[in-house]
Design a protein. Structure first.
Length: 278
């Protein structure tokens, strides 16, 4: 039973990775081919298809195997707590009982809101004087893909595993969605602004995970796996950024973009004039 659960969870992680970095590379290098009319145009098309991916690539968006160490380790540990006879069952029960004594069953639900603070910092710290690695448009694209991944992974795994919650018994405990949201935001902050700010974001994410256990909503292993899947989701957001830059023509850091509304009196029409300075 446990082996089957671990297999299903690891299979989802592998599928998520296959659907992002390697797939994007394949699309960038082989997909979206343009029809060439002669040999000269064929050479230009080939160079374009080979170069645009690298042109939109940076160190922070490049897939590296070591980026999987922390999320895979956390998810693997979390999987050890799935099931009635799981190896981490005793630890889960000990933590649940230990937290019930000081809380007396009183729930403090501020983590419902705090879970979104890291991603809010990720999007806005640049406007508060901290230098970001990417433009605001790029950060919006990364955050959007990250939380699409969070939602997809969270809901699909909850449906597959169907682990009962410690308080209500509802079969949607594994992994913790709140923890995924918070740790995804924390990893975005760390990747964009460095460990100095990232440690604060991770402390906030850890607080969210602790409060999910304090309020009896999740087991300890749910939180571990949620942290792992959250970090993985943030990496997916960055891995997909080169493709989003290419598709949506998102200005990079250092590029200026200006949009000016236009009104044409003769035709009584409205329009927008956009200019990008490289």
């Amino acid at each position: 039973m446990i082996a089957k659960m671990v297999y299903n969870i690891l299979k989802i992680v592998v599928i998520a990775i296959l659907l992002t970095a390697p797939t994007v590379v394949a699309v960038a290098k082989g997909g979206g081919k343009i029809e060439a009319k002669n040999d000269s145009e064929r050479v230009k098309v080939q160079r374009y298809s080979e170069n645009w991916w690298e042109k939109n690539q940076t160190y922070s968006t490049r897939f590296r195997a070591e980026q999987l160490v922390a999320p895979v380790a956390l998810v693997g540990l979390g999987a050890l707590g799935v099931g009635e006879n799981a190896p981490m069952r005793g630890i889960n029960l000990a933590i649940k009982n230990g937290l019930y004594e000081p809380s007396k069953g009183v729930k403090l639900r501020f983590e419902d809101y705090v879970q979104y603070v890291p991603v809010a910092f990720y999007l806005t710290l640049d406007f508060m004087g901290l230098e970001a690695k990417h433009s605001f448009g790029e950060r919006v694209a990364v955050a959007a893909v990250t939380y699409i991944a969070v939602t997809a992974l969270s809901q699909s795994i909850k449906h597959i595993v169907r682990e009962p919650r410690p308080d209500t018994g509802s079969r949607n405990s594994f992994p913790s969605g709140h923890t995924m949201t918070a740790f995804a935001g924390a990893e975005l902050v760390r990747s964009e602004y460095g460990w100095g700010v990232g440690m604060g974001a991770y402390a906030m994410a850890a607080t969210v995970g602790f409060m999910r256990m304090y309020n009896g909503r999740h087991w300890f292993n749910d939180v571990l796996a949620g942290a792992g899947f959250g970090i993985l989701s943030a990496r997916i957001g960055y891995w997909m950024l080169p493709l989003n830059r290419h598709i949506f023509r998102i200005p990079r850091k250092g590029q200026a973009m200006m949009a000016t509304p236009m009104y044409y009196a003769n035709t009584k029409a409205l329009g927008v004039s956009c200019a990008i300075q490289f």
